[in-house]
Design a protein around this ligand. Structure first.
Ligand SMILES: [Zn+2]
Length: 548
């Protein structure tokens, strides 16, 4: 073990993997990534020809490997390769007209520069806000179990609330909201939901790169199209106006209100904070068209040899952001090579390895979900409409954006959840000379931003695997550098493209580790659960009878 940990080159590490390790082909993985991230796939946006091509590629690959179709049940009892995910797509048909009136002076707001508002999904084709008061609502958080409410008994019905990103103890690093780690209260999705519950007319999240964990450029992309799962009463789930406010605009607003942005933030970090009128109003006209579209999950299955009714799920999203305005190089296509063509390559080759070896006692399901970038919609849809019962789904192993820069000495998972699956991962990693490192940036809230989350909410033990942050070559320093460069220059940008310079030996190590975990689970009668203190434990335990 010590010798393994001391390995200083990729060759040494690969050479020290036990001889029985499952083999994976770097060439095949590379070819899948290169193909799936090709311009021909047009950025793989849900409901576009690019998605159709992706679905065809994946189902073709699954079929040629020898998986069986595992998607929607047809009338004749057979299954399709896909699960239809019915979505509502709202598209703005003209640029939004936006202005804020401060001290009687109306200031035009430029979409994607001052504000970034999304095509409305509250069921209204035309949203018209006329002189609606802006109210600062702190972190927009109502958390009775933590004795915390940014709203108190202040009614924000019909107002537009302006809120901070992340949660109240992010800056201080300790407090009632998990310290540096982000709770769900820190996510913009939560803030949108809470604003809708309170009948607000709108919600604008003030963007700051550090607490958001991504730059403004990520927010100012693709707001003219918003997707949501189809809802009976979309107005109950969404306010009319949803979006982000640039921090410079926020600073001006607070200054006009007589306090600095920093002072306002400090107030919001206190338990006694209550909403404050900003003395400014907003005008907004948003015009959109809505239609129902079917995005798709692609599903292949290797039926279990002795216990086919127990399932292990491999998940990874197949969609990306499609096309948009040209970047400075004139590129309009969001290729999503790392995010998540790499995860799909991983999944396909995982399926091949298990198929070649005859599967396991339990069924293995390879579920490539769609519409992840639109809010985990494919995974949410599956969790709400499972093809295989969730109670007897042993666990979910999600991969999104595996490392392409070489092997690591460790691995990680998104967020700081504790569960039996992680214990198994840690044991299997140790057997391969790797150790577990906690999510290096739990403040980014990636636990809530990965496709395993809807499964976790439904009680199914689920993790999003990560490649680790201690590189065999360059250690944690190089890993941090790579992560920072990725966040600033590639993540959700046109530049996330296949590169001949990658070192995919790390993905192979990751695949060997996940293979080991799935093989062990697939041939066991174990039902790993969440830790006793996990918020997901009760939900799982409620269906314990199904696993007797
Ligand atoms: Zn992704």
């Amino acid at each position: 073990m010590i010798r393994l940990l001391a390995a200083t080159s990729a060759i040494a590490l690969v050479a020290s993997v036990p001889a029985a390790a499952q083999e994976f082909s770097i060439e095949r993985i590379d070819q899948h990534i290169r193909t799936i991230s090709d311009d021909w796939f047009e950025g793989r946006a849900p409901g576009t020809p690019g998605e159709d091509k992706t679905v065809a590629y994946l189902s073709g690959a699954f079929a040629s490997i020898g998986l069986q179709p595992g998607g929607d049940l047809r009338e004749d009892g057979s299954r399709a390769w896909t699960q239809d995910v019915i979505l509502n797509r709202s598209t703005m048909t003209q640029p939004p007209q936006l202005s804020i009136t401060i001290d009687g002076e109306e200031v035009a707001m430029v979409q994607d520069q001052d504000l970034a508002v999304r095509a409305p999904v509250n069921g209204m084709a035309r949203v018209e806000l006329d002189d609606v008061p802006l109210v600062f609502a702190g972190y927009g958080t109502h958390a009775p179990e933590r004795d915390w409410s940014d709203f108190g008994d202040v009614d924000v019905t019909g107002k537009v609330i302006v809120v901070l990103v992340n949660d109240p103890d992010f800056e201080g690093g300790e407090g009632d909201f998990g310290g540096e780690a982000m709770t769900y209260y820190g996510r913009w999705t939560y803030k949108y939901e809470e604003a809708a519950r309170r009948g607000a007319a709108g919600v604008l999240v003030i963007h700051e790169t550090e607490p958001a964990s991504y730059p403004w450029g990520v927010i100012s992309n693709g707001n003219d199209v918003t997707l949501d799962i189809v809802r009976e009463d979309p107005g109950a789930a969404h306010t009319a106006l949803q979006g982000w406010m640039h921090v410079d605009v926020a600073s001006r607003l607070f200054e006009a209100a007589g306090i600095s942005y920093e002072e306002a933030k400090a107030m919001a970090q206190r338990r006694d904070f209550r909403p404050m009128e900003l003395g400014a109003t907003i005008d907004a006209t948003l015009v959109s068209e809505s239609e129902h579209i079917a995005a798709m999950n692609v599903v292949g299955i290797l039926p279990g040899t002795t216990r086919p009714d127990e399932h292990i799920l491999f998940t990874g999203h197949h969609d990306h952001l499609g096309t948009g305005e040209p970047d400075e190089t004139g590129d309009t296509i969001y290729n999503g090579a790392i995010d998540n063509a790499a995860g799909l390559a991983f999944m396909i080759e995982m399926a091949r390895a298990f198929a070649e070896n005859g599967g396991t006692e339990r069924s293995l399901v390879f579920l490539a979900v769609g519409a992840e970038e639109s809010g985990l919609l494919g995974a949410r849809y599956y969790a709400a409409n499972p093809l295989y019962p969730l109670e007897t789904t042993v666990g979910v192993l999600n991969v999104d954006g595996p490392g392409v820069h070489g092997p690591t000495r460790d691995f990680s998972i998104s967020g700081s959840a504790r569960l039996g699956l992680l214990d198994i991962l840690t044991e299997e990693a140790a057997a391969r000379g790797r150790s577990y490192s906690a999510d290096p940036n739990p403040a980014a809230g990636s636990f809530f931003r990965s496709d395993h989350f809807p499964f976790a909410q439904a009680g199914v033990p689920a993790v999003s695997f990560r490649s680790g942050s201690d590189m065999v070559e360059g250690g944690t320093e190089r890993a941090a550098e790579i992560a920072a460069t990725y966040a600033a220059e590639y993540y959700h940008q046109q530049s996330d493209e296949w590169s001949p310079d990658w070192d995919l030996t790390g993905i192979v190590n990751d695949a060997q580790l996940i293979y080991g975990v799935a093989e062990r689970l697939g041939n066991s009668t174990e039902w790993p659960n969440w830790s006793e203190d996990s918020e997901f434990r009760a939900r799982r335990d409620a269906s314990a009878d199904a696993r007797d």
